[in-house]
Design a protein around this ligand. Structure first.
Ligand code: ATP
Length: 247
């Protein structure tokens, strides 16, 4: 099997700061890959490079066999790369319905979607657990629900690669359980890159975990391997004693 996404020597520098530093990365089709690491490790910058919001200082990005390094974000979206970021990008004054209708219409215009707008919108809202909230003004939804609305907007694009940046932030425990089930369902026909600080969510969902630190990949492996990795424990997870002391 060939990877869906590969990066080679991917870097992004801000002045002297190496936000992403020579990252070689590959994710297989259908995989749920978690990217973890301390604040400032470069996770969001890496995701931004993949979706084209940020231009690399050096390195290449290959998606489904094509070099997309110089491709603008909207063309990457058309290839099936969708993302949600920490700062919600919902249109606060529009209803939940209209927020999702925009990406649904886009897939119909570029020939990737089928069926009607209404069916597409309702199915995306239902999948994320926002059925019944379609007429709510997006800006009045809780932060967690705005994040879910963003996931619905991403799903409406019928992604092949869905990048989720801290999607469970602001969700209640019950909502997180629903979200875990949703990501498993999404992964039946898409590949998921999940940037997540909630370790139980990571450990439950990830097929493999990539640990970033200081712009580089510190470790990669199954949840079991990462849990057992002493370098990772030092840089990020804390020693078991520290974790206990933290409560
Ligand atoms: P967090 O978990 O806090 O979201 P992260 O792993 O996603 O962190 P990034 O947001 O990618 O980390 O940031 C990596 C480094 O790059 C940080 O030191 C950050 O301050 C810096 N950085 C990110 N974007 C910019 C920018 N536009 N200009 C300058 N520095 C930036």
């Amino acid at each position: 099997m060939t990877p869906l996404l590969t990066t080679r020597g991917l870097s992004r520098f801000y002045g002297g700061l190496k936000a992403v530093d020579g990252v070689d990365f590959a994710v297989m089709p259908g995989e749920i890959r978690a990217i973890i690491g301390p604040n400032g490790a470069g996770k969001t910058t890496f995701a931004s490079l993949v979706c084209g919001r940020v231009e690399p200082s050096s390195g290449r990005i290959v998606f489904d066999g094509s070099d997309i390094t110089d491709m603008p974000p909207h063309r990457r979206a058309r290839l099936g790369i969708a993302y949600t970021f920490q700062i919600t990008s919902v249109f606060a004054n529009l209803t939940a319905y209209d927020n999702v209708a925009l990406p649904v219409q886009r897939t119909l215009t570029d020939g990737r979607g089928h069926g009607g707008v209404h069916a597409g919108v309702m199915s995306a809202l239902e999948r994320v657990g926002l059925a019944g909230r379609e007429n709510a003004i997006a800006g009045t939804l809780s932060y967690g629900h705005q994040r879910l609305l963003e996931v619905a907007m991403g799903l409406a694009l019928k992604p092949r690669l869905l990048i989720l940046d801290e999607p469970t932030q602001g969700l209640s425990d019950g909502e997180i359980d629903n979200f875990i089930a949703l990501v498993r369902e999404i992964a039946r026909d898409a590949t998921v890159l999940l940037i997540e600080h909630n370790m139980p969510v990571v450990m439950q969902l990830a097929d493999r975990i990539t640990v970033m630190n200081l712009g580089k990949i510190l470790a990669e492996g199954t949840p079991e391997q990462i849990r057992a990795n002493s370098h990772v424990q030092h840089a990020y997870l804390g020693t078991p004693e520290e974790a206990e002391a933290d409560g």
